[in-house]
Write a protein that binds this ligand. Structure first.
Ligand SMILES: [Zn+2]
Length: 680
């Protein structure tokens, strides 16, 4: 593994900073701005993100641009040796733009036109909005292309949502025409004879509605097409935003701050437009042992962000150094959480620790959201001190910047599969796809395994093991590539509800798991969602593991049965196959027929991984590990999310980069401590 280039040209350092809004303090700039720079330096901040939501202050009237405050800001950052991540302002528009061009306002899925309000409510198709964005992005790029502070572009902010206006309907129909070519092909793909939905013209089609009684909400082909269109519209909007930046500043990297597993945009597609992935991380820490479970979600997302760009270090663009004002409870973080949260990001491949926000605004709905600098305005707060301490720690980890993560195991999370599954009706139950993938992820973390996250389009060639939970939709050439992967010696672990539908959400004929039946050596005949009071168990190596709610009834068609529904099961299919293994070519395909708890997954994955030649190491409770490397040096990160100390055995000789101490054998991780150990 080689070292990746630094995020900022020529600068191997971990980025430490956050969102900064000096435009909110124009009247106090002589005092506040000056103080901000002192406080930023005191916290070892080397980068600030500016210009997010600043459109109204740059273009107060149509076509009249005033960059004076931004010029001053950029100069001030350069003078203080702080890099600017400069945003394009499209995430929120000025009132005049909505007043003069009402077409830029979104129409909701209930077909109601939005008023000028909030942020993120622009129509993604509006030619006027796209043009205005292009103009202001061009002006920004022209103005700052040679500015010494400019280090990166932050395109818009947290894209999301959808618009159902007439322009969007028209674009949707164009998109459909491009995909299906003829209306007959669309009818075939959407199974149009069902409920008399045979269209004779593309003009008869409009987007799904909420509430469902208002319009179309049951035609799965239409719903899937709409979701794909909305995601594509975002990507297409991003292309429009980025074009002037690429043309004028080809050497300045571009990123977009994404949000967890945000449902309306396929991030694997969006990331193709970017130089670096980045995301906004807001875990709801509790201060209790539950924090290990809380930490799994950001860990997964960090690994996803890294995987989106095939291993390149990403940025944690936002995180709260203190409270978050929009979560169900606004709890304070226990001392040490800022450092732990930051080092967790770095451990899983981030080259940055950034916060929302640098200084709290006096007004608006985020005035009580956590910030590095509060309304009191000094360095004397607990939060500021913790951020400053984190900044000093990150300086000691500079050599980690640019290193990657070697993973032999991949875990599948596919946006389009999630869309199709969420529509699929197996009764009213939530299919719990995310939760299920996350359970596999937890098992892998508890086994200390390095993991990449892939979707159905990513290459599987470099992995030894691929785990595909609930791969309901096998799209594109995924099934063919999975078969080739196993034929060539790979290990694939699939589960119930794999291979039910194709790209268009049409069921495979001839038995599930469709095109993967031969590889798994099974036929999945029926799926049982357990009624209340029913219990099923899988007997694996003489131990009964209780299943969760979904159990598939399967037949071995060549596969070895390595686990059956145990005698204690209350359902009629007791004593039938529940866990199978099939040799296929040079490799092995396992099939788990029921949704299983993490305790089973840990035991089963451990066996399957070891057989496949992947190292595992059972982690102490509450502890996660991750190894970054560049082929030359290796950095072991250990993180303890429990509010009590934990002991861990080290295999090798290390230097703790934060303390300089030598570490070998048994070491103690204090409550909420993260370590970065360099292998000697
Ligand atoms: Zn629209």
């Amino acid at each position: 593994m080689t070292k990746f280039p630094p995020v900022f040209k020529g600068d191997y350092a971990i980025i430490h900073g956050g969102d900064y809004n000096p435009e909110q303090w124009l009247k106090e700039k002589d005092t506040i701005w000056k103080r901000d720079m002192e406080l930023a330096k005191g916290a070892s901040i080397n980068s600030l993100s500016v210009g997010i939501f600043s459109w109204a202050l740059i273009e107060r009237e149509e076509g009249v641009f005033d960059f004076s405050w931004l010029d001053e800001t950029m100069d001030m950052l350069a003078e203080n040796d702080i890099k600017a991540i400069l945003a394009t302002p499209s995430g929120a528009r000025p009132p005049w733009l909505a007043e003069k061009y009402p077409e830029v306002l979104r129409v909701d899925n209930n077909r109601q036109k939005m008023l000028y309000a909030g942020r993120h409510n622009h129509c993604l198709s509006s030619p006027v909005y796209r043009e205005k964005v292009r103009i202001i992005n061009t002006k920004l790029a022209e103005r700052y292309k040679n500015h010494p502070a400019l280090a990166m572009w932050h395109v818009s902010n947290e894209y999301g949502g959808e618009c159902h206006c007439e322009i969007c309907q028209k674009r949707f129909r164009e998109w459909l025409r491009e995909r299906y070519l003829t209306i007959d092909k669309l009818n075939d793909a959407w199974w149009g004879a069902f409920w008399s939905h045979v269209y004779t013209s593309f003009e008869q089609i409009s987007s799904p509605t909420t509430p469902s009684w208002l319009g179309e909400n049951e035609q799965h082909g239409l719903k899937l097409a709409w979701r794909r269109f909305v995601s594509d519209q975002h990507c297409n909007f991003v292309d429009n935003e980025i074009a002037p930046l690429r043309a004028i500043t080809p050497d300045i990297p571009v990123t977009i701050n994404m949000m967890d597993l945000f449902p309306t945009i396929n991030y694997f597609e969006m990331a193709k437009r970017l130089d670096r992935a980045s995301w906004d991380n807001y875990p709801q820490w509790t201060g209790s042992e539950a924090d290990y479970s809380v930490a799994l979600r950001p860990a997964f997302n960090h690994e996803l962000q890294r995987s989106l760009k095939d291993g390149k270090p990403f940025l944690m663009m936002e995180s709260s150094p203190s409270v978050v004002n929009w979560q169900s409870s606004n709890s304070l973080r226990e001392p040490g959480t800022v450092m732990l949260q930051g080092l967790q990001a770095v451990a899983f491949g981030s080259d940055s620790v950034q916060y929302f926000q640098f200084r709290k605004g006096r007004g608006g709905c985020e005035k009580f959201h956590g910030a590095i600098v509060g309304h009191e305005g000094s360095e004397n707060t607990r939060v500021y001190k913790e951020v400053a301490e984190t900044g000093r720690a990150l300086q000691k980890l500079s050599e980690v910047a640019g290193t990657g993560i070697k993973a032999d195991t991949a875990l599948l999370f596919d946006w389009e599969n999630n869309w199709a599954l969420s529509d699929a009706k197996f009764g009213k139950q939530d299919k719990r796809y995310e939760e299920t993938v996350m359970r596999s992820y937890e098992a892998l973390k508890r086994l200390g395994v390095q993991v990449d996250i892939v979707d159905e389009t990513k290459s599987l060639d470099k992995y030894k093991v691929v785990i595909g939970d609930m791969a309901y939709m096998l799209r594109g050439d995924y099934a063919a590539r999975v078969k080739r992967f196993v034929e060539n010696g790979g290990t694939y672990i699939g589960t119930y509800v794999t291979g039910y539908v194709n790209d268009e959400d049409l069921c495979f004929l001839g038995g599930f798991p469709g095109p993967l039946s031969e590889m798994f050596g099974i036929w999945a005949e029926e799926i049982d969602i357990l009624p209340q009071g029913a219990e099923c168990f899988i007997d694996y190596h003489g131990k009964d593991y209780k299943t969760l709610d979904w159990c598939e009834v399967i037949h071995a068609k060549g596969a070895d049965v390595i686990g059956k529904y145990a005698d204690a099961s209350t359902r009629f299919y007791r004593d039938t196959p529940a866990l199978t293994m099939n040799r296929y070519g040079e490799g092995t395909a396992y099939y788990i027929a029921a949704r299983m708890p993490v305790e089973f997954l840990i035991d089963f994955y451990r066996d399957a991984l070891v057989i496949a030649g992947v190292e595992t190491e059972d982690m102490p409770e509450g502890v996660m590990r991750s190894v970054r490397s560049n082929g030359e040096n290796e950095y072991l990160f250990l993180m303890n999310f429990y509010p009590k100390d934990s002991e861990i055995e080290l295999h090798g000789d290390y230097t703790d980069l934060l303390t300089g101490k030598h570490e070998a054998g048994k070491t103690t991780l204090k409550s909420r401590q993260a370590m970065c150990l360099k292998k000697n």
